[in-house]
Design a protein around this ligand. Structure first.
Ligand code: IPM
Ligand code: MN
Length: 360
């Protein structure tokens, strides 16, 4: 099959890790007889430098024309980079938020898996990490605080900033449906995370999630408060299967859950709309402090490539081959610096990519 992939390498470590993801995708294409055509696009800081804005209409159109988007990471050091002297709507992150919205990517899937080989890199006590865990965070991605009206103004002589948190029932219903659908293919448990003891949006969230749950009698539903969930993720992460939550809670909890898997560099993500189209990116940031040194962990980007094969191209065997190659390389003891532990072999970003590509 021939497929067209829009590639946004972005800023910081983005280009290095996406190069490795493309290396592995090409290896899968070769093995299974596919052709992947790549169209490289700019977004984030590099687009600001080239075009004066973080996301151009041309880039949006080129993404829409592709079968899927593979992305690295965007943004820079928020205290030192000149990008952060610009008005908020012209900063790198605004480009990513606008792209998600323009493509209607409301469902963000972040699978957090603790590989047995990486137990030593897990920051939790051994009696917790040895239970392992495999959870999927389903983060709502185009609503809530990140997209609500915002402004800063003088009110009675006091400088005041206002962000708005708004959700309508349809936005909640469609993400809840996605969560129950994936739970049916996993361990049939959904934990819906909210702050219903305080927020109206959370009370509506709970009500709609309960309505949706009626269509999935085989799935066990539990509700949990976000503060308590943050605590449970480090106390007993093996209790979770699918976690569904609103945009900001999902942003925060997924970084926490990622660290429990050993490193933010291990966590891929898929952002989907109602069709098979999707955008695939590591959940971690652009890590400007280590950019250009060939030491970043490309596994999150490579696993994002596997998710692209699985969800957008329906290439299950190909995706399995990539995921198994990652497991094999870890089992053989190869590690990038972030997941290094005693007795393992430390390799660079590009070496890690090549090792995985060879094993696909
Ligand atoms: C993420 C990132 C983004 C987000 C930023 C870069 C806007 O942190 O994908 O988790 O908050 O969604
Ligand atoms: Mn984040």
């Amino acid at each position: 099959m021939t497929r067209n992939i829009a590639v946004i390498k972005g800023d910081g470590i983005g280009p290095e890790i996406v190069n490795e993801a493309m290396k592995v995708l090409d290896s899968a294409a070769q093995k299974f007889g596919h052709t992947f055509n790549y169209t490289q696009l700019l977004m984030g800081g590099c687009s600001i430098d080239a075009y004066g804005e973080p996301l151009t209409d041309e880039t949006i159109a080129a993404c829409k024309a592709a079968d899927a988007v593979l992305m690295g990471s965007i943004g820079g050091n928020t205290t030192t980079s000149p990008w952060y002297k610009l008005p908020a709507h012209l900063r790198p992150e605004a480009g990513l938020l606008k792209l998600r919205k323009s493509l209607g990517l409301f469902a963000n899937l972040r699978p957090c898996v603790l590989y047995p080989e990486l137990r030593a890199a897990c920051t939790l006590r051994e009696d917790i990490s040895e239970k392992g865990f495999d959870m999927l965070i389903m983060r709502e991605l185009t609503g809530g605080l990140y997209f609500g009206e915002r402004r800063t103004e003088e009110i009675d002589g006091v400088t005041t900033a206002i962000d708005t948190l708004k959700y309508d029932e349809n936005e909640i219903r469609r993400i809840a449906v996605k969560a129950f659908e994936v739970a049916m293919k996993r361990n049939k448990k959904v934990t819906s995370v909210d702050k219903a003891n305080v927020l109206d949006t959370s009370r509506l969230w709970r009500k709609i999630v309960e309505e949706v749950a009626k269509d999935y009698p085989e799935v066990t539903l539990e509700h949990a408060l976000v503060d308590s969930t943050a605590m449970q993720i480090v106390r007993n992460p093996s209790q979770f299967d699918v976690m569904v939550t609103e945009n900001m809670f999902g942003d925060i909890l997924s970084d926490e859950a990622a660290m429990v898997t050993g490193s933010l560099g291990m966590l891929p993500s898929a952002s989907l709309n109602e069709t098979s189209f999707g955008l695939y990116e590591p959940s971690g940031g652009s890590a400007p402090d280590i950019a250009g040194k060939n030491i970043a962990n490309p596994i999150a980007a490579i696993l994002s490539g596997a998710m692209l094969l699985r969800y957008s191209f329906d290439m299950q065997a190909e995706a399995d081959a990539v995921e198994n190659a990652v497991k094999q390389v870890l089992a053989e003891g190869y590690r990038t610096g972030d997941i290094m532990s005693e007795g393992c072999k430390q390799v660079s970003c590009s070496e890690m990519g090549s090792l995985i590509a060879e094993r696909v």
